[in-house]
Design a protein around this ligand. Structure first.
Ligand SMILES: [Zn+2]
Length: 333
């Protein structure tokens, strides 16, 4: 029993040792696996660290790029601000120009750009004018509102008289007479410092024709504006009316600056037109040939690629090639 027990015990101790060895081997093996695992993890950690370093570097690069972008964006904002300021400045300039144009058009109250002040009405001071054989002042004395001293035509027409010598002009000094054939009106602009037009020249309403002055019989600078009614040849009628044919221009001037100015603006806005012949060659031809009143304005047309102008009168139609003013043709009605 004892032997059996000891044998049993001896066998048992050896077995246990074997088991422990096996266990140790197993543990060693596990340890090796763990070490391998640990090494693997270390390697992975190293790879991760490298990756992290790389990402950090990339992040640094991104941050640097972001900084550049921010700087660029700031620069663009600044540029945008400069552009906005520039655009604002241009807009203001355009607005200013437009308001100037609008102002000059809307406020055009001829014979001055921005309206006038009456300093002596028609028929005034009969005693002063008796020595000229007149019943009183034979026109309107006007001075401009604002600083523009230029004199503007009150009605379109043809210059039939321009006197540049103040002595030759006598009481009227430097002066201009413009005939508006459609309405048979003769306009006298007197006491000018200078006139800008020549006899035979066609002028448009609102065109500057001279500069206000005090030439001739004038006390202080002003414009003397005279109006006479004419026959179809441009000669004044009703001469023995006490004012040598002159009549009060007030009503006509108000009409020209009121309803007619509105119609003029409308027509100009619808179809811009321009004087194609500043010397009014067709009109003078018609006058010289007794064709009576004009029925249309000058009308431009093209034939075989060449520019012509034509105009209708009571007795027929005249036409001329632009530039060939000495060769006007006539088609009788
Ligand atoms: Zn006067």
């Amino acid at each position: 029993m004892r032997g059996a027990v000891s044998k049993k015990c001896g066998q048992s101790g050896r077995d246990r040792f074997g088991i422990r060895k096996a266990e140790f081997g197993k543990r060693n093996s596990e340890s090796g696996i763990w070490k391998a695992e640990f090494g693997k993890r270390n390697l992975e950690s190293g790879i991760w660290k490298a990756e992290f370093g790389k990402r950090n570097l990339e992040s640094g690069i991104w941050k640097a790029e972001f900084g550049i972008w921010k700087a660029e964006f700031g620069k663009r904002n600044l540029e945008s601000g400069i552009w906005k300021a520039e655009i604002g400045k241009r807009k203001a300039e355009i607005k200013n120009q437009r308001s100037k144009i609008k102002k000059s058009k809307l406020a055009m109250q001829v014979p001055f750009a921005l309206g006038y002040i009456l300093t002596q009405p028609f028929g005034a001071n009969p005693l002063d004018y008796a020595r000229f054989g007149l019943d009183g002042h034979e026109g309107l004395d006007l001075i401009p509102q604002g600083n523009d001293k230029k004199v503007y035509a009150v009605e379109s027409g043809v210059v039939i008289q321009d006197v540049d010598d103040p002595v030759q002009g006598k009481a009227y000094g430097i002066h201009v007479v413009i005939y508006a054939p459609v309405n048979r009106r003769l306009w006298t602009y007197a006491h000018l410092a200078e006139n800008y037009v020549k006899t035979g020249e066609r002028v448009l309403r609102g065109q500057p024709i001279g500069l206000m002055g005090a030439t001739g019989n004038a006390r202080g600078a002003h414009l003397h504006l005279g109006l006479r009614t004419a026959d179809s040849n441009g000669n004044p009628i009703n001469l023995p009316n006490g004012f040598k044919g002159f009549v009060d221009p007030t009503a006509t001037l108000n009409q020209l600056n009121g309803l007619e100015q509105a119609a003029w603006d409308r027509a100009n806005a619808a179809q811009p037109w321009m004087p194609v012949n500043n010397t009014a060659a067709l009109w003078r031809f018609a006058q010289a040939n007794g064709l009576q009143d004009q029925q249309t304005d000058e009308i431009s047309f093209t034939y075989n690629g060449e520019p012509y102008i034509t105009q209708a009168f009571n007795k027929g139609i005249v036409y001329v090639k632009v530039g060939d003013w000495g060769n006007i043709k006539f088609i009788p009605k």
